[in-house]
Design a protein around this ligand. Structure first.
Ligand SMILES: *Cc1c(COP(=O)(O)O)cnc(C)c1O
Length: 301
């Protein structure tokens, strides 16, 4: 893989320096960590001679968009099991689902109640009965192949950083990063949702203990935003020309900047932020914000 752009962020506080790794630029549609997470899953699916990828996600899921495009690019049929049966009639009002459908993804919309059973054997068996055989990519794409792909985010040249910071959803990305850091480096994860289950999920994959989850910056939960976060994202773009998404990277970078101001990091720290992508979600978020007459993310318009 080509070297990924690393940009310096404007800052003057305690001689701390902050850099951002632009994984969002890896691919125009399979962005950031979703590319990393799919890579070895696609290899495995080919090895198993599978022709279809089946996966799960919510209405604005970066993962659904990434799997749909990957299927189109690498020659797999794709099926998306989507949370929320009310969405079936709204595909064209939803930029993520519209994009996935244009890539050829076939949808099955299920109720929230039914979606909760998605990892159970009878649920999967019913899907096999309905669609025939498929390669199952879990929700958010996290499994051992995804973690392996995320172990490639950092390279040997990154030993100069003391802290590596990333947004956390299901924990696959941070697990890969944790497995690839050196003993003098610490990984900080910023969950984009409320929930104590994450630590356990990360322990399943992570092979060392140089990590901490910082739970204060989920802004009320998954997909929740407030005007302060949106203003921060817009300001960050003006100052650094780096677009952040409101679900993951915006919250993480907000958290890091806030912690810097609160002197969480020692003087002279060198911090690397991982831009995990997710920019396709901005269009959907802006539609929701406009409907509520709230400020929107300006650089996407
Ligand atoms: C999916 C996603 C994450 C979360 O990754 P996990 O491996 O599920 O923790 C973080 N950032 C962005 C932009 C994402 O799309």
């Amino acid at each position: 893989m080509q070297e990924i752009l690393t940009q310096k962020i404007l800052l003057s506080h305690n001689n701390i320096s902050v850099f951002i790794r632009r994984e969002d630029l890896i691919h125009p549609f399979i962005s950031g960590n979703k590319f990393r997470k799919l890579k070895y899953n696609l290899v495995q699916a080919k090895l198993e001679n599978q022709e279809t990828l089946l996966t799960f996600g919510g209405a604005f899921s970066n993962h659904i968009a990434a799997v749909a495009y990957a299927g189109k690019q690498y020659g797999f049929k794709t099926i998306g099991i989507i949370r929320g049966d009310e969405l079936e009639s709204k595909i064209f009002e939803n930029p993520t689902l519209k994009f996935a459908q244009e890539c050829g993804m076939q949808f099955k919309f299920v109720t929230r109640e039914s979606y909760r059973h998605k990892t159970e054997t009878h649920f999967i068996a019913n899907l096999k009965h309905e669609y025939g055989d498929f390669y199952l990519v879990p929700e958010g794409g996290t499994n051992k192949f995804a973690v392996k792909g995320c172990e490639e985010i950092l390279s040997r040249n990154d030993s100069e950083y003391n802290y590596i910071c990333t947004a956390v959803g299901t924990g696959g990305t941070i697990s890969g990063i944790i497995n690839s850091v050196l003993p003098h480096q610490k990984v900080l994860g910023f969950p984009a949702l409320k929930g104590d289950f994450l630590k356990e999920d990360i322990r399943k994959f992570a092979r060392n203990q140089n990590w901490t989850l910082i739970n204060e910056y989920h802004f009320g939960g998954y997909g929740k935003v407030n005007p302060e976060l949106i203003a921060f994202i817009n300001q960050f773009y003006l100052e650094n020309q780096v677009p952040l998404d409101p679900i993951y990277t915006g919250k993480m970078v907000f958290g890091v900047m806030d912690l810097i101001n609160k002197n969480y990091f020692p003087e002279n720290s060198k911090i690397l932020l991982i831009h995990t992508g997710g920019l396709q979600g901005i269009a959907g978020m802006n539609l929701k914000l406009k409907a509520k007459q709230l400020p929107i993310i300006a650089f996407n318009e």
